[in-house]
Ligand binder design. Structure first.
Ligand SMILES: *Cc1c(COP(=O)(O)O)cnc(C)c1O
Length: 379
């Protein structure tokens, strides 16, 4: 099959979807944690990792968190999302985006994506909100559910930046808070501004399959010092500073990132510039390999943006969409790992009853997307 041959010409005979790249310092810093006994929630690597993330992303404040989902939950809670609220999320995203909303007793409200970015379509979002919602003193109310729509969570799909300025403009017009799910897009930027730094807050993930990994981990980015200090408090069991006593002023979480994981992160972020360069080379190689194959193209970064090319993505033409499953079957059977995009969240059992806009573009994209081997080590 032509697609299998094209992937193999770049990635070799067999390949995983995404493997981490480890250098020499990963084990050095981990050994250092063991030697020092600081393996858990106290230790110097957490602060160092936060500082390096702040420098890299340009975010004024960074709070390391145990994983990206927890980071999103805490960021949304501090953004004012609570029980009975609705939060606008793309249907074409990883389930964690909606789960973080649900953990707060709020309800995801699914919106469509656009072809250009694979992320939230700001024009469709505006039309949808105009047709279903009304502004009241307490906020934007969904007329059919009676619930308040509090926030919108743009997600940067496979690392490609969403049209963030346009989403921010819609959010501003409707009084919505913006929390970016930048879990996949460390290293991606829009006009020089790093993803996750445009709204009130943004979150990153350092899960094992992301561009850099801490084993498990995440972070909250924000330009608001008070937001950051509240986040730190909430993820530290809401413990009040005291020389010896256990005092907690609300129901907090145990969501901190252990020093051991942060140590891994410190070594990984040293490699980030090289990983990003590899991923661009891989994109160029795949683009070349697929240039003469009909009915399919490799998804490129939106104009004006720089993508981290976390997961390389094939997009089949409408007329070739029916070949997707055969391609997935053949490549996986041959040891070349490929995956479809996520099942759109409104089609999952736990989210089937949630409010939604027309989702035809996301449905169409989902039928035509195939992620192909993307490890930085391949290029
Ligand atoms: C990975 C990911 C998350 C969650 O991150 P974890 O660290 O695995 O909890 C959230 N949203 C998106 C879009 C992701 O890809």
């Amino acid at each position: 099959m032509k697609v299998l041959d094209a992937i193999r010409s770049v990635a070799g005979q067999s390949a995983a979807l995404h493997e981490p790249t480890f250098g020499r310092n990963e084990s050095r810093y981990l050994q250092d944690c063991l030697r020092s006994t600081f393996v858990s929630t106290v230790g110097p690597y957490v602060e160092q990792f936060e500082g390096e993330l702040a420098a890299f992303t340009g975010s004024a404040h960074v709070v390391a968190v145990g994983n990206g989902t927890a980071a999103l939950q805490v960021a949304l809670r501090l953004a004012g999302v609570g029980p009975g609220d609705e939060v606008v999320v793309p249907t074409l995203t990883f389930v964690a985006t909606a789960n973080a909303v649900s953990y707060l007793g709020a309800v995801p409200h699914f919106v469509d994506s656009e072809k250009r970015t694979l992320g939230i379509d700001p024009v469709a979002l505006r039309d949808h909100l105009n047709s279903i919602a009304e502004s009241h003193r307490g906020g934007l109310v969904n007329c059919s559910t009676g619930r308040t729509i509090r926030a919108v969570v743009p997600m940067h799909t496979f690392g490609h930046p969403v049209a963030i300025d346009e989403v921010l403009a819609v959010a501003e017009d409707f009084g919505l808070v913006v929390v970016e799910d930048a879990a996949e897009s460390l290293g991606s930027s829009d006009n020089g501004r790093h993803t996750g730094t445009a709204g009130l807050a943004g979150v990153l993930s350092f899960n094992g399959n992301k561009i850099i990994t801490t084993g498990g981990g995440g972070a909250i980015l924000t330009s608001d010092a008070e937001f950051a200090s509240k986040a730190r408090h909430l993820i530290t069991t809401a413990k009040v500073r005291h020389p010896w006593d256990y005092l907690h002023d609300e129901v907090g979480y145990n969501y901190r990132l252990p020093n051991l994981n942060a140590a891994l992160g410190c070594a990984q972020i040293e490699q980030l510039p090289e990983l990003l360069a590899s991923k661009r080379r891989l994109f160029a190689a795949y683009t070349q390999a697929f240039s003469s194959i009909e009915g399919v193209r490799v998804v490129a970064e939106p104009s004006g943006c720089r993508s981290n090319y976390w997961l390389q993505t094939l997009l089949l033409d409408e007329t070739s969409a029916d070949k997707r499953n055969a391609i997935l079957e053949a490549t996986n059977a041959a040891g070349v790992m490929t995956r479809p995009a996520w099942t759109p969240l409104h089609r999952l059992d736990p989210y089937a009853e949630c409010p939604r806009a027309s989702l035809s573009v996301a449905e169409s994209l989902q039928r035509r997307i195939i992620n192909i081997p993307s490890s930085a080590g391949l290029a």
